[in-house]
Design a protein around this ligand. Structure first.
Ligand code: FE2
Ligand code: FE2
Length: 195
C-alpha cells in the first residue's frame, strides 16, 4: 500500500534529530507524511546516516555541504520570508505546506547524489530522472497535498521543468537559490550561471 506509513520509531527518532524543524508543521497527518517521504528515500539510498548525504554534485559546487544543513537553512529562510511577506501584504499563506515543501525540496538527493571518493556525482538513477521530479512523485504517492508536490517539483532554477504555482512555491524556490548562491560566494566560488 503506497499510502501506508511505514517509518519506524528508530527511523523517526534519527530523522528528527537531524531535521527538528519538522516539528514546526502543526498538522500531525502532514508531519507524518513528510517523515514517511524522507524515510522511504533514506531506505532506498546508500546512506546509513542522514547527516552524511552531500548537497552538491561536483558540477554545482566543490564545497562539502550537507543536505541536512542546506535543508535547515532553506526551511528557516522560507519561513521567515513568508512571515515578512504576509505581514507587509496581508495575504494568508499556508505555513504547513510551505514547511513541508521546504523540508522535502531536496529529499531525492538521497538517491540521486552519490559520493565517489572525494567527489560527488549523479548516481546511475540520478542520470535517468530530473532532480525535484522524483521527490515530488514520492510525495504525491504518499498523499501529500498538490501544493507541496509543486513546491518540490518547481524549486530548482537549475533543473526545473515545472514552474512554481503558488506564493509558497516561489518563496521556497527563491530562498533555495539564495542559499545556493550565497554558499558559493561564501566558499570563494563565483555565482552559478546557466551555461
Ligand atoms: Fe534542489
Ligand atoms: Fe536546495
Amino acid at each position: 500500500m503506497e499510502r501506508e506509513l511505514t517509518a519506524t520509531e528508530a527511523e523517526i527518532k534519527s530523522l528528527m534529530k537531524q531535521l527538528p524543524l519538522i516539528n514546526r508543521i502543526s498538522d500531525g497527518n502532514l508531519r507524518g507524511l513528510v517523515i514517511e517521504v524522507w524515510v522511504r528515500l533514506w531506505r532506498e539510498s546508500p546512506y546509513g546516516d542522514i547527516s552524511e548525504v552531500p548537497n552538491f554534485t561536483r558540477e554545482l559546487s566543490s564545497g562539502d555541504e550537507t543536505l541536512v544543513r542546506h535543508t535547515n537553512a532553506v526551511v528557516k529562510m522560507s519561513e521567515t520570508a513568508a512571515r515578512e511577506f504576509q505581514e507587509v501584504y496581508g495575504v494568508s499563506l499556508n505555513y504547513d505546506n510551505l514547511l513541508a515543501g521546504a523540508i522535502l525540496h531536496d529529499v531525492d538527493k538521497l538517491v540521486l547524489y552519490g559520493r565517489q571518493g572525494d567527489s560527488v556525482e549523479l548516481t546511475e538513477f540520478g542520470r535517468k530522472v530530473t532532480h525535484g521530479e522524483y521527490g515530488s512523485l514520492v510525495a504525491k504517492q504518499v498523499g501529500l497535498p498538490e501544493q507541496v508536490v509543486n513546491i518540490i517539483a518547481s524549486h530548482s532554477v537549475v533543473k526545473r521543468e515545472t514552474l512554481p504555482a503558488s506564493i509558497e512555491a516561489v518563496l521556497v524556490s527563491c530562498c533555495d537559490g539564495a542559499v545556493f548562491q550565497s554558499y558559493r560566494l561564501m566558499i570563494g566560488e563565483e555565482l552559478w550561471q546557466k551555461s
